[in-house]
Design a binder for this molecule. Structure first.
Ligand code: DQA
Length: 143
């Protein structure tokens, strides 16, 4: 089973970026936890971080065959990107939107997601657990 994990803009700064909101873990630490779980379950991960909307669209488009599921934290593109939404709609297999913070407990502009309607489900507000639970859920959904 192959799972594509996408981290959107500014998530490369985790650990330094507003730790009171996003936590103290670095992206590398979160990726290591995901890799550990994936290894235990004999699942292959492709993990990509990009600050560029077009790059994220391309990664999704080039994984249509390879990936059995997608975990995506689109960062601020959650609230702006029809292009990423359309790419996920084209994927047409299970996908989970994740957020470290609870976007509904924050500014109004974060309450709307262009991504949610084209995802199987969404986990928001559980910090690194958002990603780990998303992986658990995808494995259950796909198997
Ligand atoms: C985020 C929430 C977004 O609103 C924000 O722009 C991010 C991170 C989260 O993981 O909580 O960059 O996706």
């Amino acid at each position: 089973m192959n799972i594509l994990v996408i981290h959107g803009p500014n998530l490369d700064l985790l650990g330094k970026r507003e730790p009171e909101i996003y936590g103290k873990e670095t992206l590398e630490e979160i990726n290591n936890l995901l890799e550990k779980k994936a290894g235990e379950r004999k699942v292959s991960l492709k993990i990509v971080q990009s600050n560029y909307e077009g790059k994220i669209v391309e990664v999704i488009g080039s994984s249509l065959e390879w990936a059995d599921g997608i975990i995506i934290n689109p960062g601020a593109y959650t609230h702006t990107s029809i292009a990423i939404r359309d790419a996920l709609a084209a994927f047409n297999k299970p996908s989970i939107e994740v957020h470290l913070s609870n976007i509904y407990a924050r500014e109004n502009f974060r309450h709307h997601s262009y991504i949610s309607p084209v995802c199987t489900g969404k986990i928001t507000g559980l910090g690194k657990l958002s990603y780990l639970l998303a992986l658990e859920a995808l494995l259950e959904i796909i198997k």
